[in-house]
Design a protein around this ligand. Structure first.
Ligand code: SF4
Length: 345
């Protein structure tokens, strides 16, 4: 989503959600030490670097960061959809006790949609224009449940459409007969057909107008509450995220530099990059004037030494230029990768 949408949507800094679900529940998702490298002619680019986090069922986490920070790579790695010249070098993605990375191809194909669903960026444009919505939904179910009776499949599809507030007649319609928001809701309906425990939605509201964005987010909210899935929302729009997620994870140069509850992230961000992201949001004090973050995101082919954020950081210290910070766990189940917090665990 471009910044103009963000500005339009956030003339005043939004109130972050106050009710944050407890993070002490048993995790349904555990990502451990996930690492992805792209081997290009220009060199090796580490797109995901030792990424670890956990989520309990029913939690929504917003994944934010500039373009190229690794958000979409993380989603693709979790789905085992990284293509050559990329490679998952190491790590685990454990959903409800099953490590997806160690599954064979056939078991992983079954796990997609049934354990973990991915609603890719621009999903609404990936609907087949010459097939009715119903046929596309039925295909998705049949590829996972080949023995399910036609009546049961139809009922499952209708139930899924109802969950996203779409009229049953959408089942018989073609994509071109639907608005952008309706198509995006169809994609969500397909994503939840098999009640996955984890749903990843990559920029689910991009290319939608502000009112439709909110409707789509409310749909995700409702659906998530119904099937109690852990939901990862990838996006740029911190303002929209603030109103819908429980936790926020900030990515920079392939690393998760801060993970905090949404309230803490908006009221007391710890990592200097997270602080810069929050203060770049228009608010009533700065009268909606957009403040950028100095410098550019680094090329993954030539990452700065030490902390990759150090050339842009207003709090840089000598150690930052030579030593890479590791994650420090702070009270309140927060984690931050910054030398300012070394020894504060
Ligand atoms: Fe800034 Fe140093 Fe922290 Fe990196 S480690 S964010 S350069 S203070």
């Amino acid at each position: 989503m471009d910044n103009s949408v963000l500005v339009e949507n956030d003339v005043a800094r939004p109130e972050a959600k106050t009710s944050v679900k407890a993070t002490t529940a048993a995790p349904v998702l555990q990502v451990r030490n996930l690492e992805v490298t792209y081997y290009t002619d220009a060199g090796r680019a580490k797109a995901l670097d030792d990424v670890s986090f956990t989520m309990p069922a029913g939690q929504k986490m917003g994944m934010v960061g500039e373009s190229g920070s690794g958000k979409s790579t993380l989603a693709l790695a979790m789905m085992r959809m990284i293509k050559e010249p990329g490679r998952i070098e190491q790590g685990e993605v454990v959903v409800d006790g099953t490590d997806l990375i160690s599954l064979n191809e056939e078991d992983m194909r079954r796990a997609r949609l049934s354990k973990i669903a991915y609603i890719p960026q621009g999903a609404m444009n990936s609907l087949n224009p010459v097939m009715r919505i119903g046929a596309q939904m039925v295909d998705a179910v049949q590829s996972h449940l080949p023995n399910e009776k036609a009546a049961a499949i139809n009922e499952r599809c209708m139930h899924s459409l109802a969950s996203v507030d779409l009229d049953p007649k959408v089942f018989r319609m073609y994509p071109h007969e639907l608005s952008g928001g309706m198509k995006q809701r169809v994609c969500i309906a397909i994503g939840i057909l098999l009640h996955p425990q984890v749903i990843i939605a990559d920029e689910p509201t991009s290319a939608l107008d502000v009112v439709t964005q909110r409707q789509v987010m409310e749909t995700i909210d409702r659906v998530q509450a119904k099937i109690n899935a852990a939901v990862i929302l990838i996006g740029h729009d911190m303002g929209l995220m603030a109103q819908f997620v429980d936790r926020v994870a900030v990515m920079y140069a392939g690393r998760l530099v801060e993970v905090s509850s949404v309230r803490e992230m908006f009221t007391d961000p710890k990592h200097p990059y997270a602080q810069a992201l929050i203060s770049s949001l228009p608010n009533l004090e700065n009268k909606g004037v957009f403040q950028g973050i100095p410098g550019l995101a680094p090329s993954l082919l030539r990452l700065p030494s030490g902390c990759a954020f150090h050339p842009r950081c207003s709090k840089v210290m000598d150690i930052c230029k030579t030593k890479r910070p590791e994650a420090t766990i702070l009270p309140g189940d927060r984690s931050v990768m910054c030398h300012l917090f070394d020894g504060e665990a």
